[in-house]
Design a protein around this ligand. Structure first.
Ligand SMILES: *Cc1c(COP(=O)(O)O)cnc(C)c1O
Length: 353
């Protein structure tokens, strides 16, 4: 039986993408597997070009000076790479949770970092608002969706300096004016593909401003000059990501998936709010449409509830240890029906209890 996969990452991917990928691993190009063809072959160069074009098309960034890279090392490597490429004197960071904090820690290796605001005092259950971003800073960095705490930025600040955003867990899930951002990065494994590649979209004109020597593998300009093939690219992850982006296009793009994501989130949060046995973690106005965090009011029901959702074929519902309770991750590929199954289990618990 296929599982209802609410895992936070690596996460569910469209079933048809899995099937196409599986076939390509066996035979992609005249008896050669996808994972044994040369990355310099036309077959792979076409995949890479198509993947890059689809990214710009989905985000409506074509012809606006942005370059698309598929790198390795996860979003975690971007914490460091952003600082190496952009940080000369001082940068401003919005601290909204574990991932922001890790980004701050890596950047601190180089220079001065200033937290423009933080929600650490409330265990990151909200998004700070109304802070200033000093104009003299090199860049501003924020995390659009806080995967662990289940909060999401609904609005983004006005920003006159280069704007960097970690969109690992909500990229391609909602419509935004992506031209607001100068550098967007995202590990593939939350909404786009398997682990193994990290998407970077960067406006070329913000690069080349720092005085330090940047090692080649860490230098965005080097990767741009080699069309994201400076070294052997992660062919499997890039191909699977390309298929997911094609799947999204067939579905009607971000505008269509956003409507479905809203439906899933509304259904999930209305159950959390109406069912007296559960309590939401994040402040209502900042709730994430990707990761819903909630706890049982009465922990004595934990064993019963855990057995019930597991029996219903649900996977990956346990919350992160820093929040506890439960986390329902509802990424693009999770069907509305899976949310219906979970909500049904929650109401069943209420009837029983
Ligand atoms: C998962 C996640 C990361 C870390 O990604 P890796 O690819 O595992 O390094 C960073 N930021 C956010 C917002 C995430 O959800």
């Amino acid at each position: 039986m296929k599982k209802h996969n609410f895992s936070a990452g690596p996460c569910i991917l469209p079933q048809e993408v899995m099937q196409q990928t599986a076939a390509a691993v066996l035979d992609y190009d005249n008896g050669l597997s996808l994972i044994e063809i040369s990355h310099r072959s036309k077959a792979f160069v076409d995949i890479m070009e198509n993947a890059r074009a689809l990214v710009l098309e989905h985000l409506q960034l074509e012809g606006k000076g942005y370059k698309v890279l598929f790198l390795q090392g996860g979003a975690s490597t971007q914490f460091l790479m952003v600082a190496l490429n952009l940080l000369e004197k001082r940068a401003g960071y919005l601290n909204t949770g574990t991932w922001s904090k890790k980004a701050i820690k890596e950047a601190q290796i180089f220079d001065d970092i200033y937290e423009v605001a933080s929600s650490e005092n409330a265990n990151y259950n909200y998004i700070p608002k109304g802070y200033d971003i000093p104009k003299e800073y090199d860049y501003f960095h924020c995390t659009s969706n806080n995967t662990i705490f289940g909060t999401q930025m609904k609005d983004f600040p006005e920003c006159d300096i280069p704007f960097v955003c970690d969109m690992s867990s909500d990229i391609f899930s909602r419509q935004l004016d992506f031209t607001k951002f100068d550098l967007i990065y995202a590990g593939a494994q939350k909404n786009m593909g398997p682990a193994g590649t990290t998407l970077v979209i960067v406006k070329e004109d913000i690069l080349g401003q720092v005085s330090r020597h940047i090692p080649s593998m860490m230098d965005y300009k080097v990767h741009i000059s080699k069309s994201s093939m400076f070294n052997t690219p992660p062919v499997f992850a890039v191909y699977t990501s390309m298929l997911t982006l094609e799947w999204l296009k067939k579905l009607g793009g971000i505008a269509s998936i956003e409507k479905i994501n809203e439906k899933k989130a509304r259904l999930m949060y209305s159950e959390i709010d109406l069912n007296p046995l559960f309590k939401g973690f994040a402040t209502k106005e900042d709730r994430s449409f990707m990761n819903a965090t909630f706890t049982l009011v009465n922990e004595d029901l934990k064993e019963t509830f855990d057995t019930m959702w597991k029996d219903a074929g649900i996977n990956g519902l346990n919350g992160h240890r820093s929040v506890g309770g439960y986390r329902a991750s509802m990424y693009n590929a999770l069907p509305l029906d899976s949310v219906k199954v979970l909500v049904e289990v929650m109401s069943e618990l209420e009837r029983k209890a």
